[in-house]
Design a protein around this ligand. Structure first.
Ligand code: PEP
Ligand code: MG
Length: 333
Protein backbone atom coordinates (compact mmCIF):
# COMPACT_ATOMS: atom_id res chain seq x y z
CA UNK A 1 0.00 0.00 0.00
CA UNK A 2 2.89 2.29 0.83
CA UNK A 3 4.42 1.62 -2.61
CA UNK A 4 1.08 2.39 -4.27
CA UNK A 5 0.92 5.66 -2.36
CA UNK A 6 4.40 6.70 -3.46
CA UNK A 7 3.55 5.79 -7.06
CA UNK A 8 0.27 7.74 -6.94
CA UNK A 9 2.09 10.79 -5.59
CA UNK A 10 4.74 10.50 -8.33
CA UNK A 11 2.02 10.43 -11.01
CA UNK A 12 0.27 13.42 -9.50
CA UNK A 13 3.45 15.49 -9.52
CA UNK A 14 3.33 15.40 -13.34
CA UNK A 15 0.28 17.72 -13.28
CA UNK A 16 1.88 20.28 -10.96
CA UNK A 17 2.23 22.83 -13.78
CA UNK A 18 -0.94 21.84 -15.64
CA UNK A 19 -3.72 24.44 -15.49
CA UNK A 20 -6.73 23.30 -13.47
CA UNK A 21 -9.39 23.16 -16.20
CA UNK A 22 -12.35 20.78 -16.25
CA UNK A 23 -12.63 18.22 -19.05
CA UNK A 24 -15.12 20.52 -20.77
CA UNK A 25 -12.97 23.63 -20.50
CA UNK A 26 -13.94 25.60 -17.37
CA UNK A 27 -10.95 27.03 -15.47
CA UNK A 28 -10.94 26.32 -11.73
CA UNK A 29 -8.83 28.23 -9.18
CA UNK A 30 -6.96 26.05 -6.70
CA UNK A 31 -5.49 27.99 -3.79
CA UNK A 32 -3.50 27.14 -0.68
CA UNK A 33 -4.31 27.47 3.02
CA UNK A 34 -1.34 28.57 5.13
CA UNK A 35 -0.77 29.24 8.82
CA UNK A 36 2.61 30.98 9.04
CA UNK A 37 4.45 33.47 6.81
CA UNK A 38 7.15 30.86 6.11
CA UNK A 39 4.50 28.60 4.52
CA UNK A 40 4.09 31.14 1.71
CA UNK A 41 7.41 30.14 0.10
CA UNK A 42 5.95 26.76 -1.00
CA UNK A 43 2.59 27.98 -2.20
CA UNK A 44 3.37 28.48 -5.87
CA UNK A 45 5.54 25.35 -5.90
CA UNK A 46 2.59 23.28 -4.66
CA UNK A 47 0.70 24.16 -7.85
CA UNK A 48 -1.59 26.71 -6.16
CA UNK A 49 -2.33 30.04 -7.86
CA UNK A 50 -2.31 31.98 -4.59
CA UNK A 51 -3.23 31.85 -0.93
CA UNK A 52 -6.96 31.39 -0.35
CA UNK A 53 -6.68 31.44 3.44
CA UNK A 54 -3.85 32.69 5.62
CA UNK A 55 -4.95 31.89 9.18
CA UNK A 56 -3.30 34.97 10.67
CA UNK A 57 -4.16 34.02 14.27
CA UNK A 58 -1.11 31.76 14.34
CA UNK A 59 0.98 34.96 14.55
CA UNK A 60 -0.76 35.65 17.86
CA UNK A 61 -0.43 32.19 19.43
CA UNK A 62 2.48 30.63 21.36
CA UNK A 63 3.76 33.96 22.71
CA UNK A 64 3.31 36.03 25.84
CA UNK A 65 2.30 39.34 24.29
CA UNK A 66 0.34 40.74 21.39
CA UNK A 67 2.50 41.25 18.24
CA UNK A 68 2.91 44.94 17.41
CA UNK A 69 1.55 46.55 14.24
CA UNK A 70 5.08 46.69 12.79
CA UNK A 71 5.75 43.05 13.57
CA UNK A 72 2.50 42.08 11.86
CA UNK A 73 3.25 44.33 8.90
CA UNK A 74 6.61 42.55 8.42
CA UNK A 75 4.83 39.16 8.42
CA UNK A 76 2.14 40.20 5.90
CA UNK A 77 4.73 41.86 3.71
CA UNK A 78 6.80 38.65 3.72
CA UNK A 79 3.78 36.66 2.50
CA UNK A 80 2.86 39.26 -0.12
CA UNK A 81 6.41 39.28 -1.51
CA UNK A 82 6.86 35.50 -1.41
CA UNK A 83 3.85 34.96 -3.67
CA UNK A 84 5.01 37.24 -6.51
CA UNK A 85 1.83 39.23 -6.87
CA UNK A 86 -0.51 36.23 -6.63
CA UNK A 87 -3.58 36.90 -4.46
CA UNK A 88 -3.13 36.36 -0.72
CA UNK A 89 -6.30 36.26 1.34
CA UNK A 90 -5.47 37.04 4.94
CA UNK A 91 -8.12 36.19 7.45
CA UNK A 92 -8.11 38.61 10.36
CA UNK A 93 -7.32 36.90 13.66
CA UNK A 94 -9.79 34.13 14.45
CA UNK A 95 -9.01 33.68 18.14
CA UNK A 96 -11.14 32.40 20.99
CA UNK A 97 -12.89 28.99 21.09
CA UNK A 98 -10.10 26.45 20.51
CA UNK A 99 -7.38 29.10 19.90
CA UNK A 100 -6.64 31.00 23.07
CA UNK A 101 -3.41 32.96 23.31
CA UNK A 102 -1.75 33.30 26.71
CA UNK A 103 -1.98 37.12 26.65
CA UNK A 104 -5.74 37.17 26.13
CA UNK A 105 -7.45 37.45 29.46
CA UNK A 106 -11.13 37.24 28.84
CA UNK A 107 -11.80 34.56 31.46
CA UNK A 108 -13.11 31.06 30.87
CA UNK A 109 -16.30 30.83 28.84
CA UNK A 110 -18.91 28.18 29.60
CA UNK A 111 -19.40 27.55 25.92
CA UNK A 112 -16.33 28.89 24.11
CA UNK A 113 -17.38 27.96 20.56
CA UNK A 114 -20.42 30.21 21.07
CA UNK A 115 -18.50 32.88 22.96
CA UNK A 116 -16.20 35.77 22.16
CA UNK A 117 -14.50 34.33 19.07
CA UNK A 118 -13.36 35.52 15.64
CA UNK A 119 -14.66 38.91 14.60
CA UNK A 120 -16.64 39.24 17.86
CA UNK A 121 -13.41 39.40 19.82
CA UNK A 122 -11.97 41.89 17.31
CA UNK A 123 -14.99 44.16 17.61
CA UNK A 124 -14.74 43.95 21.40
CA UNK A 125 -11.04 44.98 21.18
CA UNK A 126 -11.04 47.65 18.46
CA UNK A 127 -7.48 48.87 19.10
CA UNK A 128 -6.13 45.35 18.68
CA UNK A 129 -8.27 44.88 15.56
CA UNK A 130 -7.22 48.16 13.99
CA UNK A 131 -3.54 47.44 14.57
CA UNK A 132 -4.00 44.31 12.45
CA UNK A 133 -6.04 46.13 9.80
CA UNK A 134 -3.43 48.89 9.57
CA UNK A 135 -0.64 46.32 9.22
CA UNK A 136 -2.59 44.53 6.48
CA UNK A 137 -3.35 47.74 4.61
CA UNK A 138 0.32 48.77 4.74
CA UNK A 139 1.27 45.39 3.27
CA UNK A 140 -1.02 45.92 0.24
CA UNK A 141 1.76 48.01 -1.29
CA UNK A 142 3.88 44.85 -1.62
CA UNK A 143 1.42 42.40 -3.19
CA UNK A 144 -2.20 41.46 -3.66
CA UNK A 145 -3.36 41.23 -0.04
CA UNK A 146 -7.10 40.66 0.41
CA UNK A 147 -8.80 40.95 3.81
CA UNK A 148 -11.24 38.31 5.08
CA UNK A 149 -13.38 38.58 8.24
CA UNK A 150 -14.09 35.32 10.14
CA UNK A 151 -17.18 34.21 12.09
CA UNK A 152 -19.51 36.89 10.77
CA UNK A 153 -23.06 36.05 11.89
CA UNK A 154 -25.01 38.68 9.98
CA UNK A 155 -24.95 41.99 8.15
CA UNK A 156 -24.68 44.01 11.40
CA UNK A 157 -21.33 42.46 12.29
CA UNK A 158 -20.11 42.72 8.71
CA UNK A 159 -20.87 46.45 8.65
CA UNK A 160 -19.07 46.95 11.97
CA UNK A 161 -15.97 45.16 10.70
CA UNK A 162 -16.04 47.21 7.49
CA UNK A 163 -16.36 50.40 9.54
CA UNK A 164 -13.21 49.45 11.46
CA UNK A 165 -11.43 48.94 8.14
CA UNK A 166 -12.55 52.37 6.93
CA UNK A 167 -11.33 53.87 10.21
CA UNK A 168 -7.93 52.21 9.77
CA UNK A 169 -7.71 53.59 6.20
CA UNK A 170 -8.60 57.08 7.41
CA UNK A 171 -5.88 56.93 10.08
CA UNK A 172 -3.27 55.85 7.53
CA UNK A 173 -4.30 58.59 5.11
CA UNK A 174 -3.98 61.18 7.84
CA UNK A 175 -0.52 59.86 8.68
CA UNK A 176 0.49 59.80 4.99
CA UNK A 177 1.19 56.07 5.14
CA UNK A 178 0.63 54.42 1.74
CA UNK A 179 -1.69 51.50 0.96
CA UNK A 180 -3.31 50.20 -2.25
CA UNK A 181 -6.25 52.17 -3.68
CA UNK A 182 -8.41 49.11 -4.00
CA UNK A 183 -8.24 46.41 -1.32
CA UNK A 184 -10.62 43.49 -1.77
CA UNK A 185 -12.62 42.53 1.29
CA UNK A 186 -14.53 39.36 2.05
CA UNK A 187 -16.58 37.58 4.69
CA UNK A 188 -16.38 33.99 5.82
CA UNK A 189 -19.60 32.05 5.68
CA UNK A 190 -19.20 29.60 8.52
CA UNK A 191 -22.22 30.25 10.72
CA UNK A 192 -25.60 29.05 9.41
CA UNK A 193 -27.18 32.46 10.02
CA UNK A 194 -24.63 34.04 7.68
CA UNK A 195 -25.34 31.46 4.98
CA UNK A 196 -29.07 32.11 5.26
CA UNK A 197 -28.72 35.90 4.92
CA UNK A 198 -25.78 35.85 2.49
CA UNK A 199 -27.89 37.79 -0.03
CA UNK A 200 -27.57 40.84 2.23
CA UNK A 201 -23.74 40.59 2.17
CA UNK A 202 -23.12 40.65 -1.55
CA UNK A 203 -23.24 44.38 -2.11
CA UNK A 204 -20.73 44.98 0.71
CA UNK A 205 -18.01 42.45 -0.17
CA UNK A 206 -15.75 41.55 -3.08
CA UNK A 207 -15.68 37.86 -2.18
CA UNK A 208 -17.02 35.21 0.16
CA UNK A 209 -15.26 32.18 1.57
CA UNK A 210 -17.20 29.23 2.97
CA UNK A 211 -15.61 27.82 6.13
CA UNK A 212 -17.10 24.38 6.06
CA UNK A 213 -15.29 23.22 9.22
CA UNK A 214 -17.30 25.57 11.38
CA UNK A 215 -20.36 25.57 9.15
CA UNK A 216 -20.74 21.82 9.77
CA UNK A 217 -20.09 22.23 13.50
CA UNK A 218 -22.68 24.98 13.96
CA UNK A 219 -25.30 23.54 11.62
CA UNK A 220 -25.23 20.07 13.16
CA UNK A 221 -24.45 21.15 16.76
CA UNK A 222 -21.42 18.85 16.70
CA UNK A 223 -18.18 19.98 18.34
CA UNK A 224 -15.56 19.65 15.58
CA UNK A 225 -12.91 18.65 18.17
CA UNK A 226 -14.93 16.13 20.19
CA UNK A 227 -14.17 12.52 19.23
CA UNK A 228 -17.25 11.23 21.02
CA UNK A 229 -19.50 12.90 18.43
CA UNK A 230 -17.21 12.73 15.41
CA UNK A 231 -19.53 10.13 13.78
CA UNK A 232 -22.15 12.91 13.59
CA UNK A 233 -19.80 15.39 11.92
CA UNK A 234 -21.10 14.92 8.39
CA UNK A 235 -19.95 17.22 5.56
CA UNK A 236 -22.64 15.82 3.26
CA UNK A 237 -25.53 16.18 5.68
CA UNK A 238 -28.36 17.56 3.50
CA UNK A 239 -28.71 20.64 5.73
CA UNK A 240 -25.01 21.47 5.26
CA UNK A 241 -25.25 20.94 1.49
CA UNK A 242 -28.28 23.23 1.27
CA UNK A 243 -26.40 26.05 3.06
CA UNK A 244 -23.32 25.65 0.86
CA UNK A 245 -25.38 25.49 -2.31
CA UNK A 246 -27.44 28.54 -1.32
CA UNK A 247 -24.25 30.52 -0.64
CA UNK A 248 -22.61 29.55 -3.94
CA UNK A 249 -25.75 30.30 -5.95
CA UNK A 250 -26.41 33.65 -4.27
CA UNK A 251 -22.80 34.83 -4.64
CA UNK A 252 -22.53 33.66 -8.26
CA UNK A 253 -25.79 35.36 -9.21
CA UNK A 254 -24.54 38.61 -7.67
CA UNK A 255 -21.16 38.34 -9.43
CA UNK A 256 -19.29 37.99 -6.12
CA UNK A 257 -16.39 35.51 -6.01
CA UNK A 258 -16.98 32.55 -3.74
CA UNK A 259 -14.61 29.85 -2.51
CA UNK A 260 -14.60 27.02 -0.01
CA UNK A 261 -11.64 27.13 2.37
CA UNK A 262 -12.66 24.46 4.91
CA UNK A 263 -11.45 20.86 4.74
CA UNK A 264 -14.17 19.95 2.24
CA UNK A 265 -12.25 21.83 -0.47
CA UNK A 266 -9.27 19.49 -0.10
CA UNK A 267 -11.30 16.28 0.11
CA UNK A 268 -10.99 14.65 -3.29
CA UNK A 269 -14.23 12.68 -2.71
CA UNK A 270 -16.09 15.99 -2.70
CA UNK A 271 -14.48 17.78 -5.67
CA UNK A 272 -17.16 16.77 -8.14
CA UNK A 273 -19.95 17.53 -5.72
CA UNK A 274 -18.64 21.06 -5.16
CA UNK A 275 -18.00 21.60 -8.88
CA UNK A 276 -21.56 20.50 -9.58
CA UNK A 277 -22.81 23.01 -7.00
CA UNK A 278 -21.13 25.74 -9.04
CA UNK A 279 -17.93 26.18 -7.04
CA UNK A 280 -14.99 27.45 -9.11
CA UNK A 281 -12.48 28.29 -6.30
CA UNK A 282 -11.10 25.81 -3.80
CA UNK A 283 -8.62 26.64 -1.04
CA UNK A 284 -6.95 23.78 0.80
CA UNK A 285 -3.87 22.40 2.48
CA UNK A 286 -1.24 22.31 -0.30
CA UNK A 287 -0.73 18.56 0.22
CA UNK A 288 -4.23 17.89 -1.20
CA UNK A 289 -3.95 20.18 -4.17
CA UNK A 290 -2.78 17.82 -6.90
CA UNK A 291 -5.32 15.10 -6.06
CA UNK A 292 -8.09 17.71 -6.29
CA UNK A 293 -6.59 19.02 -9.53
CA UNK A 294 -6.62 15.51 -10.99
CA UNK A 295 -10.36 15.32 -10.25
CA UNK A 296 -10.95 18.70 -11.84
CA UNK A 297 -9.15 17.58 -15.02
CA UNK A 298 -11.26 14.39 -15.12
CA UNK A 299 -14.62 16.06 -14.60
CA UNK A 300 -17.20 17.33 -17.09
CA UNK A 301 -19.52 19.95 -15.63
CA UNK A 302 -22.31 19.06 -18.08
CA UNK A 303 -22.40 15.51 -16.79
CA UNK A 304 -22.09 16.48 -13.14
CA UNK A 305 -24.85 19.06 -13.00
CA UNK A 306 -27.91 16.74 -13.14
CA UNK A 307 -26.31 14.24 -10.77
CA UNK A 308 -25.49 16.92 -8.21
CA UNK A 309 -28.98 18.40 -8.56
CA UNK A 310 -30.33 14.96 -7.56
CA UNK A 311 -28.05 14.91 -4.50
CA UNK A 312 -29.23 18.37 -3.47
CA UNK A 313 -32.88 17.32 -3.75
CA UNK A 314 -32.43 14.41 -1.36
CA UNK A 315 -32.72 14.59 2.41
CA UNK A 316 -31.93 10.90 2.96
CA UNK A 317 -28.29 10.33 3.99
CA UNK A 318 -28.22 6.78 2.55
CA UNK A 319 -29.42 7.99 -0.83
CA UNK A 320 -26.96 10.89 -0.75
CA UNK A 321 -24.14 8.42 -0.02
CA UNK A 322 -25.19 6.21 -2.97
CA UNK A 323 -25.53 9.15 -5.35
CA UNK A 324 -22.14 10.48 -4.28
CA UNK A 325 -20.53 7.10 -4.95
CA UNK A 326 -22.10 7.09 -8.42
CA UNK A 327 -20.95 10.66 -9.02
CA UNK A 328 -17.36 9.80 -8.19
CA UNK A 329 -17.41 6.59 -10.20
CA UNK A 330 -18.89 8.39 -13.23
CA UNK A 331 -17.64 8.06 -16.78
CA UNK A 332 -14.88 10.62 -16.32
CA UNK A 333 -13.42 9.08 -13.15
C1 PEP B 1 -13.51 26.74 8.64
O1 PEP B 1 -14.16 26.93 9.67
O2 PEP B 1 -13.87 25.98 7.72
C2 PEP B 1 -12.24 27.44 8.43
C3 PEP B 1 -11.62 27.42 7.26
O3 PEP B 1 -11.70 28.08 9.50
P1 PEP B 1 -10.96 27.31 10.69
O4 PEP B 1 -10.86 25.85 10.31
O5 PEP B 1 -9.65 27.96 10.85
O6 PEP B 1 -11.91 27.56 11.81
MG1 MG C 1 -13.65 28.58 11.01
Amino acid sequence: RQRACVEARRKLSSIRNTDAITGDGTPIELLANIELPQDAANVLESGAVGVGLFRSEFLFLGRDSLPSEDEQFAAYREVAEATNGAPVTVRTMDLGADKNPRWLNHGAAENPALGLTGVRLCLAEPLMFRAQLRALLRATVYGKIRILFPMINGLGELKQALAQLEYAKKELREENIPFADKVEVGAMIEIPSAALVVGSFVKYVDFLSIGTNDLIQYTLAVDRNDDSVSHLYDPVHPAVLKLISHTIKTATKAGVQVSVCGEMAGDERLTRLLLGMGLRRFSMHPANLLAVKQNVLNSHLDTLAPQVARILRSEDPDRIADLLTQLNAGPDA
